[in-house]
Every structure is written in C-alpha cells, then in structure tokens.
Design a protein around this ligand. Sequence first.
Ligand code: 5GP
Length: 216
Amino acid sequence: MFVVSAPSGAGKTTLCHQLIATVEGLRHSVSYTTRQPREGEVHGRDYHFVDEVTFRAMLDRNEFVEWASVYGKLYGTPRQALEATLREGVDVLLEIDVQGAEQVRRLYQQGVFIYILPPSLDVLQTRLHLRGRDSADEIERRLSQVKEEVKSWQAYDYVVRNDDVKQALRELEAIVLAERIRVKRIDARWMDEFVSDTQTEAADSVTSAARRRTRS
Ligand code: 5GP
C-alpha cells in the first residue's frame, strides 16, 4: 500500500495519475467525500460524492479504513474496496491527508508513506490561484493549514519535492519499484520454490551434460 499526502496544490493528483499510468499493478483507491464535485470530476472515478448523512451512516457501520475532516468536508477511504484490491495482489495508492495517513500508519505497518512538497509556499499560492478551482477565501484557508501540515513530513518514509514533474514522477516510480523488491516483502514460499526449481534445473543440466559425455 502506497500512501501519498501533500499540501493542496503540490501537484499530487497529477503525479498520482501519471504514476498509475506508468507503473503496472498499481490501483487508485477511490475515496468518499461530502464536498461538491469540481468541473471535470466524475462520480466513482475521482471520488464517490455523497451527502453528509450517507457518509455518517457509513462511518457508523465502520466502512472506512480511515476518515478525516479536511477543509470543512469529510473524506474517507472505503475498507471493502481497499481490502479486495490487496487480496487480489494489486498494490493500492491512497491519496489522503496527513490525519488519514496517521490512522493508516497504525493499521498497516507495511505501508509506504510518501510526502509530496511543492517547490515553495509562494509557488503553491500562485498554483492555487492559477488553478482557479477555489475561491480566494478557500485558498487562504488552505495555505494557512499547509504551514501546519508540512510539519508532519518526518512521519513519512519518503519526501518528493515537486519542482519538476518529470523528476518527481521518476522518483515516485523508483520508490514503488524499489519497495516491491524489499527482502521483507518477498514471500518465503516463493523463494523456497525458486531455490528448489533452481536445484532441479542444475541437476537436470548436470545429467544431460553427463549423457552428452557418455554418448561421445
Ligand atoms: P481535494 O478536495 O482537493 O480533492 O482534497 C482535499 C484533501 O483531502 C487532500 O489533501 C486529499 O489528499 C485529502 N483526501 C482525499 N481523499 C481522502 C480520504 O479518503 N481520506 C483522507 N483522510 N483525506 C483525503
């Protein structure tokens, strides 16, 4: 499980979409939220957009792995979909805020936690304005929270600074690929089979070499 957090406007969503497009076997977890869809966002693809009553009912039924109130709206990761994906042997990418990441860290110690930083707060402010998705008040509110939020970077395993999208994407790909081959993630049964297959192949090639020698 890969958990990615970032201040709003750091370019996290773009990077995560590109990462999923370039790395095989990685699926996005689609969160539930009570915020309104933005232009171009699709229900069920970007988020499951629900009202607060629906969200709270799901919360009461313990249907979220984690949830948080972010900028006054509720967000949560659905448990069933996440666990089904992991059971399939597919890696999951969670794009969630720092409060959610903290909850996930307690539940899934094997998770990989990545924090994406914007180049600077000035650049972040400019990006949020240029994006034109949020009102000036909303941008100010987000920026003041960013200063607080960035302090939690030390709880993550990796920090990727998004100065340059191509470089940041390369770093994210490197993290995913390297994490997949860590010794602690390798299934011991698979390694045992590998070793016994290798021994059988070696024995077979010794036997056929001996046969070749006998024939000649
Ligand atoms: P946005 O409304 O801009 O899409 O997201 C606002 C913030 O909510 C972002 O930091 C995003 O990562 C976070 N977020 C999105 N989905 C979830 C979720 O399921 N759980 C938590 N804790 N945060 C989420």
